[in-house]
Design a protein around this ligand. Structure first.
Ligand code: GRF
Length: 210
């Protein structure tokens, strides 16, 4: 089985990127390596994490392109040239057009900090997701890893993990617990499944084979 080339796309702190780097180092992800980290911001701390781990980085800022389509096509060409098998969106905050999804069908995965289909879609990002979950009064929340399709947070679900909401939770505390207890676990787990060809997609239904 061919070892997979992974590209991780980031815009911020990169704690999910760090979880992936650590999982590769600890053999929790096998048969894959991060070939490139692409950041939409030159100031993203994620870039420091990549450099520390000896991973190549590229900065692609939206402001240098005329529109989202041109930005997406430049990104697509970069990833195709690097022979990327799997694109991981790990806190990537720039809007992409369908050009990337068409070129990499069921080969782009995203992590979202709620149990999709709750608290997802346009406008649900960062602390807003957790504010809305607390406002609604749900008793559990969590994270979802899914394939990216042409919609927003609407692609086939690969893995989800739930945690209970605590009486004393604030948006900040919930965000932190979901990252630590859900995101940093299910993201590397999904990547390991992908790299070892264990993921089968049939329409919306994703199954993991042993
Ligand atoms: C995470 O909460 C992720 O769910 C969301 O963006 C955040 C990224 O954080 N899509 P980090 O840059 O990985 O620390």
């Amino acid at each position: 089985m061919k070892s997979k080339n992974i590209a991780v796309l980031v815009s911020g702190g990169g704690t999910n990127l760090q979880a992936i780097i650590d999982a590769i180092e600890n053999n929790k992800i096998t048969n894959g390596t991060i070939k490139l980290v692409v950041s939409s911001s030159k100031d993203a701390y994620a870039l420091e994490r990549a450099k520390k781990a000896g991973i190549d980085t590229a900065i692609l800022e939206r402001k240098n392109f005329k529109n989202n389509k041109e930005y997406t096509i430049a990104l697509k060409e970069l990833l195709e040239n690097e022979e990327i098998d799997l694109i991981v969106l790990a806190g990537f905050m720039t809007i992409l057009t369908s050009d990337l999804v068409k070129a990499f069908p069921n080969r782009i995965i995203n992590i979202h900090p709620s149990l999709i289909p709750s608290f997802c879609g346009e406008g649900f990002y960062g602390l807003k997701v957790h504010e809305k979950a607390l406002e609604y009064g749900v008793k559990v929340s969590g994270a979802t890893v899914h394939f990216v399709d042409e919609g927003c947070d609407s692609g086939p679900i690969i893995l989800q993990k739930a945690i209970p909401i605590l009486e004393e939770d604030t948006p900040e505390s919930l965000q932190k617990r979901i990252m630590e207890e859900c995101e940093w676990n299910i993201m590397p787990e999904a990547i390991d499944h992908f790299c070892n060809d264990r993921i089968k997609v049939d329409g919306r239904k994703v199954s993991i084979t042993e």
